[in-house]
Design a protein around this ligand. Structure first.
Ligand code: G6P
Length: 611
């Protein structure tokens, strides 16, 4: 996601900012920029779409002199990845420049007010309102930090922020609210960053800002204030990590980091989109086609890999609650057969990267045939996001581990929102809408509770990692999760694993069950729980080792196995979001014990841009 670097010291700021930005590249970004304060009222800024190397080319041999500056890598949320939308952003006069991570939720309201006061906006971003707000506050002869505090009190949302001003050419102000920010303390110099990897080569002494804290840096040193403008005492801490470890935020692998990021990833996917009181989903990206969506009577979901399995869960949700006949198809199949489409059919592409070749080709084929096209995509401005008629972004930041984890649970959450949106356009009652909205909102908290069980899952993985064959079984909403559990295990640990709808076991696969073939049974207490119990009995009768996943408080299953994983209770359609997390962890730990290269599994690629 977005990255921030700031510098104030005795050295030239520009090379240090560029170096810091390069160290943040691993987080993923689509545009970048920096601003350097040369002297009173003279700030130079450069921005570029694409890589830092493009930004360097733009700067070329132009003299970028100054000892204070800020830089940013942007991962678009509000507004396309263009040069105008890249940070740093400035006020009307180009005196105040700032970089920002996070989202200003009430930016439209603030923007309207500022426009009435005569402010002219240059970008489509939420961030730019902060520069104008600070400008407005500085008119009241406030110091920069006071103006920042007043502006932040008016803004609602999340921010990691660095501000410089030509009015006060020896100062840099940093602020944090729910978006990480730290200040590196060097000898006679200070570096601000959203992530320690941007600064560890300069200093290992850091002050971590907490929510609602403002760092004021000038020639005299560093002061930390709270939002009441009172000074706060902070400790300088020492980082003993190397770069790679810093980028993984202390986790051994990106996959593990991304598994543990799921509560916050889901929070980001859901932010501002659930209107619990009215039982509605607010999905800005599809509002423009709202009326057309009322008329569709068939939906085809196309995707590949893990995204395809999210689509399978989506099919069950959409048919059960929105009553829309839905088919899910591998994009690689859809593009080569003769699909029957008409004006009342919509095609929904699900893709983390937005670049998967087969999904893109399926989309183009459906467009050619006149179908309406929608997307659930994570990467803003990617090919699929650009080419669909309308869509919903996941907003979960870059996913780096090849095996998809946080993108999957986010896709499930977004599909639940889409279901709510379409169902409320149709037959779903207000009360049912409220119930679903309430449960969706619980997902970040409930995923946290599942993750709290990770040490237990680690022990299970240790116990079973030497086995060479696994079945994953589930029914109804957890049938696709069984396939996803098997997919995760084979992807990262190279153990042979197959996922089945438990009802299919008797039609062949059960021939393989025996004491060397482990079954992982997904049996939350839902409408098909008793059927699952019968299938579990069939495995036990053939001496098959068994791991069971069920709902907290279920004691019945203890008679069948000692290896049980519990998930919290929720409505049936949302259980997959919780049940998949133990399977991700199981695959991760099994791969760890088998010493596999978890973030880069053999033969696999993160984004498959060829057929
Ligand atoms: C690759 C990745 C999978 C992913 C699939 C679809 O195979 O390894 O993790 O699910 O592509 O990718 P997409 O970016 O379209 O979701």
């Amino acid at each position: 996601m977005c990255g921030i670097v700031g510098y104030l010291g005795k050295q030239q700021a520009a090379p240090i900012l560029l170096e810091g930005l390069k160290r943040l590249e691993y987080r993923g970004y689509d545009s970048c920029g920096l601003a350097v304060l040369r002297k009173k009222n003279k700030i130079q800024a450069f921005k570029s779409v694409g890589r830092i190397s493009e930004l360097e080319k733009k700067i070329g041999n132009k003299k970028l002199i100054g000892f204070i500056g800020c830089g940013h890598t942007r991962w678009a949320t509000h507004g396309a990845p263009t040069e105008k939308n890249a940070h740093p952003h400035s006020d009307c006069q180009g005196k105040i420049w700032l970089v920002h991570n996070g989202i200003i939720e009430n930016y439209q309201e603030l923007k309207n007010k500022l426009e009435k006061l005569g402010h002219k906006f240059k970008s489509q971003t939420d961030t730019e309102v902060l520069a104008h707000l600070i400008e407005e506050e500085q008119k009241k002869e406030k110091k920069l930090e006071e103006a920042v505090i007043s502006a932040l009190k008016k803004a609602r949302g999340t921010f990691g922020l660095v501000v410089i001003s030509g009015n006060e050419p020896n100062k840099m102000v940093a602020a944090r609210q729910s978006s990480p920010l730290l200040i590196g303390v060097g000898s006679g110099e200070y570096l601000v960053a959203s992530d320690a990897s941007a600064i560890v080569t300069h200093t290992k002494k850091v002050v971590y800002l907490d929510d609602g804290e403002i760092g004021v840096i000038n020639g005299d040193g560093l002061r930390i204030l709270n939002l009441d403008n009172r000074e706060v005492a902070k400790k300088i801490q020492e980082i003993d990590w190397n770069i790679e470890k810093v980028q993984k935020e202390g986790y051994a692998h990106f996959m593990l980091k991304e598994i543990f990021e799921q509560p916050s990833a889901l929070e980001n996917s859901l932010r501002g989109r659930v209107i619990e009181e009215e039982g509605l989903a607010k999905l800005g990206g599809i509002e423009g086609v709202e009326n057309k969506l009322k008329k569709i009577d068939r939906l085809i979901i196309v995707a590949c890999g893990t995204a395809y399995l999210a689509g399978q869960v989506g099919e069950y949700m959409l048919e059960e609650y929105a009553g829309i006949p839905t088919e899910v198809e591998y994009a690689s199949e859809f593009r080569y057969r003769k699909p029957i489409l008409n004006k009342k059919t919509a095609l929904l592409c699900i893709s983390q990267s937005g670049e998967t070749a087969d999904t893109l080709a399926a989309l183009q084929e459906a467009k050619r045939k006149g179908a309406m096209t929608l997307g659930i995509v994570n990467v803003v401005g990617s090919s699929i996001a650009r080419q669909t008629d309308a869509g919903i972004y996941n907003h979960i930041g870059p996913e780096i581990g090849v095996a998809s984890t946080k993108a999957f649970t986010s896709q499930l959450c977004v599909l639940a929102l889409l279901t709510l949106f379409l169902a409320r356009q149709r037959q779903m009652s207000y009360v049912m809408g409220q119930r679903i909205a309430r449960e969706i909102k619980q997902m970040p908290e409930l995923t946290k509770q599942v993750l709290a069980e990770s040490s237990k899952i680690r022990k299970l993985a240790k116990k079973y990692c030497a086995f060479e064959d696994f079945f994953f079984l589930g029914r109804k909403y957890n049938f696709p999760i069984a396939i996803e559990g098997a997919l995760k295990l084979k992807e990262v640990s190279y153990i042979h694993a197959e996922g089945y709808g438990a009802g299919e076991m008797k039609h062949g696969p059960i021939a393989l069950v025996g004491k060397d073939f482990v079954t992982f049974a997904l049996a939350p207490q839902d409408s098909v729980y008793h059927k699952m119990i019968s299938n579990i009995q069939e495995i036990k009768a053939r001496q098959g080792p068994l791991i069971a996943l069920t709902t907290k408080g279920n004691n019945e299953i203890k008679k069948m196995t000692r290896d049980i994983i519990y998930i919290p209770k929720t409505i049936e359609m949302l259980t997959p979001i919780l049940s998949v997390i133990p399977l991700q962890l199981f695959a991760y730990y099994a791969a760890l014990f088998r010493r596999c290269d978890i973030d880069k599994p053999k033969n696999l690629a993160k984004s498959v841009t060829v057929e």
